[in-house]
Design a protein around this ligand. Structure first.
Ligand code: NAG
Ligand code: NAG
Ligand code: NAG
Ligand code: NAG
Length: 525
């Protein structure tokens, strides 16, 4: 959906301040402020970074989960199935780099998903491996079939996804149907534990439903939807302090929540993300998921929106413990702007887009305020109403008082571990508005990452985003550098195409939380 020029000319803050008058919507492409045209120079620069990182991984770590980009060693933190290769697949596809696509296409059929000596995370395995496989299959069977150099290998991708799903399915074999996240193979058994988290339980349903739809085996879909059903109708009532906003820990035996602590933060985040994405995936089957997203979004605007005392024009979202607000947020939480914008686009509700844009602005501030131009892992703020004695909402430490006065937040974890969420939300903001500003912000973030985190063979985590040179490296390059950071950095500057959000005003693909685009099953909205 695109706005007319005259609406776009009104500054966002004025819109927010004007008591949010209903704005008429037009989804016709005539009213686009910009044509989502290619910025070749920038798109090519991101492609260069991806190819460089792929070459380093391929040379030193191919088949392992991740490169150690300082020592040129490797690690296997995701069961040794080649997480970086699978995570890079859909990015190599949308960038249309045949050599890398072919290498990964040849590799995937060789992965032995029956064996691993290590603990398996159902959630991580689902979003990275199942997500990467299903997305690669959707793209190669659909709009990128020109890159399907080996039809047998393409079919093997889906067979591998089905094999992995079958191997993991016992996770759902619990008294309630809420899955266990910690698993082992040979013999198949769980790592124990009586609870599962909100995000780890609530970020399976898109991948497992897509697996069920593609294979025709609806057991996959049913298992994940049964687990999710407890999250959609939370019990006890005390675990839902405001409509749609819930706690973080679910009892595996009863399906009941055990707390009322939460927010749009790590551990909860992609549960909310998937409520609206399931609706985008299929409006006919997942209307009730949308209703829960709307409840959570409305409650968040009313209860969680928060403005730091030193920069009241900024908007962050607070966390909560029951009805007590905690003024803390994270890089991970910065997906929230994108989620509100996506919800506003598909539901044609301007208030969600406006709020999403305000959140995007706040997250941009966490980038533009630091020495490196990259935002920190976690941060806090206080509001004009914060009691100085409130131990849950401490005042900024003395050595960050000036920083808080200027920036509106203070840093509680200064690392940057190659996370994508801020650039991801810039992408949604750009797709919704066509405003070049978001392209410039994404470009600034990419240039900062490229100049600060780049090593001889890839990209490394930074110890301190607010110190020169990022305070030094940690020798780790998580697979989501390939899946997410470089994909969103590229897509925002790349030509319009069917996998892009709001392509010609509708969504033919929906991105899983690891940024793997899945073909939507229902009529595109
Ligand atoms: C968008 O396309 C229209 C019609 O082709 C053209 O007149 C206009 O200049 C383009 N706008 C931008 C920002 O490229
Ligand atoms: C195509 O892929 C299949 C399955 O991975 C493989 O066995 C076969 O050798 C490949 N064919 C070619 C020509 O590379
Ligand atoms: C569908 O998948 C489930 C879970 O892996 C499996 O138990 C069942 O045998 C499969 N059904 C068919 C028809 O393949
Ligand atoms: C990224 O870093 C490389 C290596 O320093 C450099 O050659 C390239 O120009 C950089 N890209 C951008 C866009 O700054």
């Amino acid at each position: 959906m695109y706005f007319s020029q005259s609406i776009l000319a009104v500054p966002v803050l004025a819109l927010l301040a004007s008591n949010v008058v209903a704005i008429p919507h037009r989804r016709d492409t005539q009213s686009r402020p910009d044509n989502h045209t290619l910025n070749r120079e920038r798109a090519d620069a991101v492609k260069e970074a991806f190819t460089f990182a792929w070459d380093g991984y391929h040379k030193y770590a191919m088949g392992h989960d991740e490169l150690h980009p300082v020592s040129n060693g490797y690690g296997d933190s995701r069961n040794g199935w080649g997480a970086s290769a699978v995570d890079a697949f859909s990015t190599a596809l949308v960038m249309q780099i045949p050599e890398i696509v072919d290498t990964i296409l040849e590799y995937i059929p060789t992965i032995n998903f029956d064996e691993t000596a290590d603990e398996i995370s159902l959630f991580e395995t689902t979003i990275r491996y199942l997500g990467g496989l299903l997305s690669g299959y959707d793209l190669l069977k659909g709009p990128l079939s020109n890159l399907a150099s080996n039809a047998t290998a393409v079919e093997a991708i889906l067979a591998q996804a089905e094999r992995l799903g079958s191997n993991l399915a016992f996770a759902f074999d619990t008294e309630s149907g809420v899955p266990t996240n910690s698993l082992y193979f040979n013999p198949s058994r769980t790592g124990g534990g009586t609870t599962n988290g909100l995000a780890t339980t609530g970020t399976l349903v898109l991948e497992w439903t897509r697996l069920g739809d593609l294979t025709g085996n609806k057991t996959f879909s049913k298992l994940s939807q049964k687990g999710e059903s407890y999250l959609l109708a939370p019990k006890p009532a005390s675990s839902e302090p405001w409509p749609g906003l819930v706690g973080m820990n679910i009892n595996i035996k009863t399906g009941q929540f055990e707390d009322a602590f939460g927010g749009w933060v790590g551990g909860a985040d992609s549960f909310y993300e998937y409520l609206i994405k399931m609706y985008v995936y299929d409006t006919t089957r997942f209307e009730s998921y949308k209703d829960r997203w709307v409840a959570a979004a409305d409650s968040s605007i009313a209860q969680l929106a928060s403005h730091p005392s030193s920069r009241p024009e900024l908007t962050f979202m607070a966390m909560y413990d029951g009805k007590k607000l905690i003024y803390q947020s994270q890089h991970l939480a910065c997906f929230d702007g994108g989620s509100f914008i996506l919800g506003g686009l598909v539901l044609k509700e301007q208030k969600y887009i406006d709020f999403g844009i305000a959140l995007v602005d706040g997250c941009e501030d966490t980038y533009s305020s630091t020495v490196t131009g990259i935002g920190p892992e976690s941060f806090r703020w206080v509001t004009k109403d914060t009691d100085p004695k409130d131990s849950r909402n401490p005042q900024p430490p003395a050595d960050q008082a000036d920083f808080f006065a200027k920036s509106g937040f203070f840093i509680t974890d200064s690392s940057y571990v190659l996370r994508p969420e801020v650039i991801e939300s810039f992408y949604y903001a750009y797709r919704a508005t066509g405003d070049q500003k978001y392209r410039d912000w994404a470009w600034n973030a990419f240039v900062a990452i490229n100049s600060t985190a780049r090593t001889g063979s890839g990209f490394a985590e930074l110890k301190n985003v607010n110190a020169p040179k990022g305070g030094g490296f940690n020798d780790f390059q998580d697979s989501f550098l390939f899946a997410e950071v470089l994909k969103y950095s590229y897509l925002i500057h790349s030509p319009d195409n069917v996998w892009q959000v709001e392509h010609n005003g509708v969504n033919q693909f929906v991105f899983n939380t690891e940024a793997h685009p899945f073909k939507v099953a229902g009529p595109p909205i």
